[in-house]
Design a protein around this ligand. Structure first.
Ligand SMILES: Cc1cc2nc3c(=O)[nH]c(=O)nc-3n(C[C@H](O)[C@H](O)[C@H](O)COP(=O)(O)OP(=O)(O)OC[C@H]3O[C@@H](n4cnc5c(N)ncnc54)[C@H](O)[C@@H]3O)c2cc1C
Length: 402
């Protein structure tokens, strides 16, 4: 690292790495501190919306993703008993984006792409096994303590970006509240090589059911035949070991689609799901982005996509501040834009999406389906729905806030 970093980023998840990359591209010296010894592998995000693909395209990331990712132009809202309620086609908004589809690629296949781009910048440094344990700030800088294999090290910079996930140490050090709630039900994710397409499933479908809703996503995994991820709710009283046992996973998969053979399950994991937004996205020289700033349930795929939008919004402004071209108050525009749309849009629609799936009242379910069918009946209605669900509307709304 030739120069002292101007910006220290906590977390080498997708949001932290994108933040570092966008700053490095603007010649800002940046240091990323990551707690884990290597990039993490998990079964979380996998669906990218058009604005995220547009934002990552100038860095060559989007092209790289397309080499292995799956394009999903059509996706469904279904009822587990009635079948398809509505099938949406992003072709209806093809005039609004060069990427009229959802793109499926596991989060852990995206992060190595970003890291390889970041490695091209000599003024960007990524240190693994460096866990941020404390952050303090003065009028002109931040001081970060990190636990490293060689003991505690101190790093100094001008700005700190906390992209260290939902349990963010940076957010806690800045003493920023994280208001919201945690859903009673947890989510189990199981991946199978069994092909659901011949049964009429689009490559992404959400299935409403009063007892056990579900969601499915075709992912590339290690090759073109790909893998299907299935998500189910887990009741609060069920023990994690039971949920992840072979028998219980098999039982849920058979209930979803009955077949004589057992399912081949390649991956399985369980998640607790929250709806929370940090009280502040900026505290002086400390900024929050991605899951460190907000959490939502994954029905709609707004979490990481929202984090990607945070990252590019923030770095465009922070780059100007670092180069002395703008007053630090410009960073408050980031807060207004991104915090507002998280509350108005991500929280609101992710909660609505999950409630639509797990609604128990027959009457309310019928109303929900009637409303969806009405909206899908006209091109105008479909375009309105698709602009919201693909996050085009939220990015526009954020950009309109001053
Ligand atoms: C089941 C499920 C499915 C999902 N599907 C989608 C989807 O399809 N689309 C979507 O947009 N979102 C989805 N999400 C949400 C998405 O996974 C997250 O929003 C996303 O991972 C956030 O990225 P991030 O970089 O902010 O945080 P993370 O991915 O959590 O990365 C944080 C990084 O910080 C590191 N770290 C933590 N603490 C420290 C510390 N003290 N010091 C240094 N480093 C630290 C961690 O090791 C990690 O590498 C899903 C979530 C779940 C649970």
């Amino acid at each position: 690292m030739p120069k002292k970093p101007q910006v220290i980023v906590a977390g080498a998840g997708p949001v932290g790495l994108l933040t570092a990359l966008a700053l490095a591209k603007q010649d800002v010296p940046v240091l990323v501190l990551e707690a884990e010894p290597a990039l993490t592998i998990d079964l979380r995000a996998g669906t990218y919306h058009p604005p995220s693909l547009e934002l990552m395209a100038p860095y060559g990331i989007t092209d790289e993703m397309h080499k292995t990712a799956i394009r999903v132009p059509r996706w469904q809202i279904r009822d587990r008993r009635q079948g398809v309620i509505v099938e949406w086609d992003l072709g209806d908004i093809a005039d609004l984006t060069p990427y009229p589809y959802r793109l499926h690629l596991e989060q852990h296949r995206l992060t190595p792409i970003i890291l390889s781009k970041l490695r091209a910048y000599p003024h960007a440094d990524v240190r693994f096994s460096h866990k941020v344990i404390d952050v303090t700030q003065t009028e002109d800088g931040v001081r970060v303590n990190a636990e490293t294999p060689g003991g505690t090290e101190i790093f100094q910079g001008e700005w700190m970006v906390g992209a260290d996930g939902g349990r963010s140490t940076v957010r806690k050090c800045a003493d920023v509240g994280f208001d919201g709630f945690t859903w009673d039900e947890r989510f189990v994710v199981a991946s199978t090589t069994y092909d659901y397409a011949p049964h009429g499933f689009a490559l992404n479908a959400y299935l409403a059911d009063p007892e056990e809703w579900a969601a499915i996503f075709k992912m590339p995994d290690e090759g073109p035949s790909g893998i299907w991820r299935v998500i189910f709710p887990v009741p609060p009283e069920e023990e994690e070991a039971v949920t992840l046992s072979e028998e219980m996973v098999e039982r849920r998969m058979q209930r979803f689609l009955q077949r004589k053979e057992r399912y081949q399950i390649k991956y399985k994991s369980i998640y607790r799901v929250h709806q929370r937004v940090a009280k502040e996205f900026r505290l002086g020289r400390i900024l929050l982005a991605g899951d460190a700033a907000h959490l939502n349930n994954p029905m709609g795929a707004f979490g990481l996509n929202g984090g990607i939008h945070d990252s590019f919004n923030l770095t465009e402004k922070l780059g100007k501040v670092c180069r002395g071209e703008a007053d630090p108050s410009l960073l408050d525009v980031y807060v207004r834009q991104r915090r507002t749309v998280n509350l108005e849009y991500v929280q609101e629609h992710s909660i609505r999406n999950l409630k639509r799936l797990n609604e128990r009242s027959e009457e309310k379910r019928k109303q929900n389906f009637d409303e969806l069918r009405r909206q899908a009946a006209s091109l105008e209605g479909r375009r309105e729905f698709l602009q919201v669900s693909s996050m085009i509307a939220s990015v526009r709304r954020a950009n309109a806030i001053r």
